[in-house]
Design a protein around this ligand. Structure first.
Ligand code: TYD
Length: 221
């Protein structure tokens, strides 16, 4: 989390365009951390609570304008933060989250063209946890974000025939080029939080690079 810490937990998010392969690495990483004695919460966005999972179904399956999408994913995020993420961090646990706010900037902002500054306002608004004294006044954001970066064309090839695509997965490659540019913009704004992982290589090589990045950050020994 940003700012001086009085919370022992560690919050790591995983980002990338659809097909980048991030999800493959989250469960093995959870296993590694548990083997090291850490308590790990493995979760995802949109989702992670009953309410947020219902909102996920709407966002992924129903046609709506970009503002509606943005408001729904931030509503889901608020519930997820309050119910799951903030309590786990206060308990000193590791939270591994498959996507978080960067996805909103990348998909609703860069991808669908919703106003970036309004997203920044929503982020500040939603991710400040007033009811929890120990997290008060601080933007509750990941300590570390692994961005699995893959050219949109390659991601499109990987997704072809993989399974029935949801609303975003069925977008053309050009949409994902915008989304990737959104991730790059977020990384530029907060370079210390981000690690860019080259996802255009075998899963073994990607896993190796994840390990290197996490050792460099002291997350893994
Ligand atoms: P994804 O994380 O790829 O899960 P799965 O592997 O089950 O497909 O799917 C989530 C989708 O939701 C993805 O296409 C990105 C989109 N999304 C947004 O548009 N905005 C957001 O804020 C988040 C968190 C996700």
């Amino acid at each position: 989390m940003n700012g001086p810490l009085n919370v022992k937990g560690l919050f790591i998010s995983f980002e990338g365009i659809d097909g980048a392969g991030k999800s493959t690495h989250i469960a093995p990483l959870a296993q590694c951390l548990r083997a090291l004695g850490r308590s790990v919460v493995l979760t995802r966005e949109p989702g992670g609570t009953p309410i947020a999972e219902q909102l996920r179904q709407l966002v992924l399956n129903e046609a709506m304008d970009a503002m509606t999408e943005a408001l729904l994913v931030f509503a889901a995020r608020r519930n997820h933060l309050q119910q799951v993420i903030a309590p786990a961090l206060v308990r000193g646990e590791v939270v591994l989250c498959d996507r978080f706010s960067d996805a909103t900037f990348a998909y609703q902002g860069a991808g669908r063209g919703f106003d970036w500054d309004i997203l920044l306002t929503l982020e500040r608004w939603v991710q400040t946890m007033e009811p929890n004294e120990r997290l008060r006044e601080r933007l509750l954001a990941p300590d570390l974000t692994l961005w699995f970066d893959l050219p949109a064309e390659i991601a499109a090839q990987r997704l072809t025939g993989a399974r029935l695509p949801d609303k975003f997965e069925s977008q053309p490659a050009a949409f994902f080029e915008h989304v990737a540019a959104g991730y790059a913009r977020r990384m530029q704004a907060d370079p210390q939080r981000f690690v860019r992982i080259n996802a255009n290589q075998s899963a073994d090589c990607v896993w190796h690079d994840v390990g290197v990045a996490l050792r460099a950050r002291g997350v893994l020994p």
